[in-house]
Write a protein that binds this ligand. Structure first.
Ligand code: ADP
Ligand code: MG
Ligand code: MG
Length: 887
């Protein structure tokens, strides 16, 4: 039978799976000889058993009995002993910290008798009754599910009667009265008396903590933070120490470095004559931790000493909960502290400089997501005439400026006209998705960081401020009012700061973050910004370790140049379809409407020089680096006018309809597909429309030859999309080779070009061995591969049912965001393996959206791909993760 209970002296910090973070670290501190009140931990395994079977595992009760007996003999008093009670806290604590999401009950063991014993021992009536009423309050809320407001309300009543707004002013008699009222509340609401048997209190509290694993807010938090749903929580039974024993007692929290900036120093809050939860609850004003130096110098010095011990032991920034009982300091919790992105980089480099960690470890300590956060644009200094309207919750970082709009329709309408808008709503719902996509930012007056607006905005990387409760939003009236009576109407410009939650009236200028300016080459590591220096140091190391190269998805010279500045090793995906839009649409129409070879050729001849100059620009920006050009992929009807609009136009014109319009409509109807994603596109187009791919290949070859002539070093790679069978590829490849030979002969310049394919259909992955015979490289198109493997189209399913799927745990994260290792990833592995077997040394890359996603980058490293390709702005993140994957 497994061991379900560990004394604090038995555990250590590496047992988080079993003891949870809190329990493992309490044990670690105990073993370091730090002053931790004795206690023991019931494992998460026991919790999992309880949640699964609805009952405690056999043998647990015996183990608890034994550990409790040991604790009692060590402390020299029994749990709830009437003349001198041992009191304990029953505390949740899972493997991953879920701050405040689960439950804890303090002062377990008090009842109508032991409260007198406690009073006598402490020589303090008031303290004893305060502790007792806290127990009933917490127990009532947590174990008996009674609405906490009922207890708060009763406390308020008594305070009002006393004429004070500070609960420190309540007398022993007030508190005694409260205990009676609380017991009444319990009887009325729970239909039972408050249990007076100490052991029953403890056992019920343990079960309640187990159950708090499945509290709605805990479930939501786990989904948000991608914490597995089935870990369960450990329970810590910890003997009580009291911060509420008078002014020489108190409780506080501390950080060994500033979790916001990462600066070294003394950070934290302290509250005299209080118990733990008072600090977080914010019911009384805390003082800065440095004040403790004045209040109780000895405890303060001891605390600083312990903080140093902890940092040197954990080799990282720690956060701490402590309590002082009549001048004696007790440690109640520590963990490696959460920190902002900027602090993470600074702290990693500080620890490196202090010689506490090496540079590999420093690089492991930060993440690509944190780097991404440092790259969001920010507001520059406020301009004249800008005023702060309010502050909401910083739900999704970034800085957005635009005209306020109040409906999705208006957001879409104005955005289509090229205007920047901020969508303002009381709260958003799935119908607002189109408006959120169209808007630069989203502002809501209701809902927290887990509201629809916040979750969706974060998912889209869109700036969002939510829960700005001071705003009164009138959607029908098309305006909102802010404190001070300011009214903002549709069309008024506002600015929202998703990193701070601030909302401004007027336009605050936006600027690149220093980290982006560093990647742009406008700032260097020596310019004195310590954050930039930290980023530089970590990036250098990541690059030196990375096995994966990082390329860019880019289809124009501007983006390509930026990608290069950001460290791209070439282009992994140059889409050619954007080159068929705008003025060139007419040429494409001509191509589609062509009735014979001559007409078709004429259209293609027009397009070719335009394509050639597109490619020349890109080759120039990426001189000396590979540029993978994908031949045209989407179905042709995407380049034709909208079917409804055109039908209406033709119908209205009747007999007088334009001949060209009639032909267009015919073509649109002919090309209309039920499932364009699975229709005439990719290599199929190349095989069905004579000359189309050939024109593109010729343009590539001519552009490369021209660059060569101009002294450049173009490195084209020609990529055929949507291949499912090697025969498709062979046909297109033979045509392309013939054209390359022709251009070579004509220009006298030999520009070698690789010819390869995308692997984006399951059949391609499964026959990769055959395909590799005809392909000089593979690029995994994981967007399409995800769609075709799962059999759902991204455009149709994300809004329709993904949130339900996430809720049901069918996937923990959208497979379009993070590559699905088990399914899609399996195909990638098969294709990589068989491709390499057939053609040793074949170049392998990935060009789906996943190329910039940290977890997917790690997967690509594991499979041994040569490169990932992602959007230019995402390149630093991919570089960093490529390095981290190799460490
Ligand atoms: P959370 O995980 O929500 O922080 P904790 O289990 O840490 O919950 O407990 C809540 C508060 O009660 C904290 O401030 C903690 O320091 C305090 N506390 C917990 N156990 C004890 C104890 N044995 N003696 C004194 N205070 C305690
Ligand atoms: Mg805590
Ligand atoms: Mg594709």
């Amino acid at each position: 039978m497994p061991k379900f209970v560990y004394d604090f002296t038995e555990g250590n910090k590496d047992l988080k799976d079993l003891l949870g973070g809190k329990g493992a670290n309490l044990a670690e501190m105990t073993n370091l000889g730090l002053p931790v009140p004795p206690g023991f931990t019931i494992t998460a395994e026991a919790c999992r058993h309880y949640l699964e079977h609805g009952s405690l595992p056999a043998g647990l009760a015996d183990e608890v009995n034994r550990h409790l007996a040991d604790l009692e003999s060590a402390m020299g008093k029994r749990l709830g002993q009437s003349d001198d009670p041992l009191l304990v806290s029953v505390r949740s604590g899972a493997k991953f910290s879920m701050p405040g999401m689960m439950e804890t009950v303090l002062n377990v063991g008090l009842n109508d008798e032991s409260v007198h014993g406690l009073a006598a021992q402490a020589g303090d009536e008031r303290f004893a009754w305060d502790s007792y009423r806290r127990l009933i309050q917490m127990f009532g809320r947590t174990v008996l599910d009674i609405d906490g407001d009922l207890f708060e309300g009763a406390v308020e009543d008594v305070k009002r009667a006393r004429g004070s707004d500070d609960d420190a002013d309540l007398t022993a008699d007030d508190l005694k009265g409260l205990v009676d009222r609380f017991k009444g509340i319990v009887r009325e609401r729970a239909g039972r008396d408050f249990p007076t048997d100490p052991r029953e209190q403890m056992d019920l509290a343990v079960e309640a903590v187990f159950e708090s694993w499945n509290a709605p807010r805990a479930i939501l938090y786990r989904r948000q933070e991608r914490i597995p749903v089935d870990l369960g929580t450990a329970v810590n039974i910890c003997s009580m120490v009291f911060g509420n024993m008078g002014m020489d007692s108190g409780t506080g929290v501390a950080f060994t470095r500033d979790p916001a900036s990462g600066q070294q120093g003394i950070y934290g809050d302290y509250l005299q004559n209080a118990q733990g939860e008072d600090v977080v609850a914010g019911i009384r004003n805390t003082v800065a931790l440095t004040e403790l130096g004045r209040i109780d110098k000895a405890s303060y010095d001891r605390l600083l000493e312990i903080m140093e011990t902890l940092e040197n032991h954990y080799l990282d920034m720690c956060d701490i909960e402590f309590t002082i009982e009549r001048g004696k300091l007790w440690m109640l919790q520590t963990r490696v502290g959460k920190r902002t992105a900027a602090a993470a980089f600074r702290i990693a480099c500080q620890l490196l400089d202090q010689g506490l960690i090496d540079v590999d470890e420093a690089t492991r300590r930060i993440t690509g997501d944190q780097l991404a956060q440092l790259m969001f644009p920010r507001f520059a200094a406020k301009a004249d005439g800008v005023r702060t309207l309010t502050k909401g919750m910083n739900a999704s970082p970034g800085a957005a400026v635009g005209k306020a709009v109040f409906t999705t329709e208006r957001a879409v309408e104005l955005a289509e006209r090229g205007e920047d808008v901020i969508l303002v709503r009381r709260e958003t719902n799935p119908d607002d998705l189109a408006g959120m996509v169209a808007a630069k930012g989203v502002l809501t007056s209701r809902g927290g960081k887990t509201s629809h607006a916040a979750v969706v905005a974060r998912g889209m990387g869109k700036t969002c401020v939510c829960g700005a409760e001071e705003l009164d939003v009138d959607v029908k009236g098309g305006h909102f009012t802010a404190p001070g009576g300011v009214t903002v109407r549709e069309g008024d410009v506002i600015s929202i700061d998703g990193s701070s939650g601030e909302v401004y009236l007027g336009e605050v200028p936006v600027e690149d973050s220093p980290v982006v300016r560093y990647f742009e080459g406008q700032l260097t590591a020596e310019d004195g910004d310590d954050l930039v220096t930290a980023v530089h140091r970590i990036m250098e190391h990541a690059d030196s370790r990375a096995a994966l190269k990082v390329r860019a998805n880019s289809d124009n010279p501007g983006d390509s140049a930026r990608a290069r500045r950001f460290g791209a090793a070439g282009i992994g995906l140059c889409r050619t379809e954007h080159m068929f839009l705008g003025d060139r649409r007419q040429l494409v129409e001509k191509l589609i409407l062509a009735e014979d070879d001559a007409e078709r050729k004429a259209a293609l001849d027009h397009l070719e020089p335009l394509q050639k100059s597109d490619f020349e620009g890109i080759f120039e920006a990426m001189d000396g680096l590979p540029v993978t050009i994908r031949l045209i992929d989407p179905p042709l009807h995407e380049f034709l006018p909208d079917i409804t609009e055109l039908s209406v136009r033709v119908a209205l014109a009747g007999d007088g309809a334009d001949a060209k319009d009639r032909r267009l409509l015919e073509a649109v109807n002919r090309l209309h597909e039920q499932n364009p994603m699975l229709g005439l596109r990719g290599v199929r187009l190349g095989l069905v429309i004579p000359g189309l791919f050939g024109m593109q290949v010729r343009a590539i070859a001519e552009a490369a030859a021209a660059r060569r002539r101009a002294g450049g070093d173009p490195r084209p790679e020609i990529m055929i999309p949507l291949v499912g069978a090697v025969q498709e590829l062979e046909a297109v490849r033979d045509e392309a080779r013939a054209i390359l030979d022709e251009v070579r002969a004509g220009s006298g310049i030999d520009v070698p070009a690789l010819i390869g394919t995308m692997i984006e259909l399951p059949r391609a992955a499964l026959t990769a061995g055959q395909i590799a015979e005809a392909a000089e490289f593979f690029s995994f198109g994981t967007n399409d591969l995800t769609q075709t493997t799962w059999g759902f189209s991204r455009d149709d399913v994300e809004a329709a049912f993904f949130s339900r799927y996430l809720e049901l745990g069918i996937f923990g994260v959208s497979p379009f965001e993070t590559l699905d290792r088990e399914g899609v990833g399996r195909l990638v592995r098969i294709a990589a393996e068989e491709g390499r077997k057939a053609r040793p040394g074949i170049k392998l890359g990935i060009c789906g959206e996943h190329g910039g996603d940290p977890d997917s980058v790690h997967f690509c490293h594991e499979v041994g791909l040569d490169y990932v390709s992602c959007s230019p702005f995402r390149i630093p993140v991919a570089r960093l993760e490529a390095g981290r994957a190799a460490i």
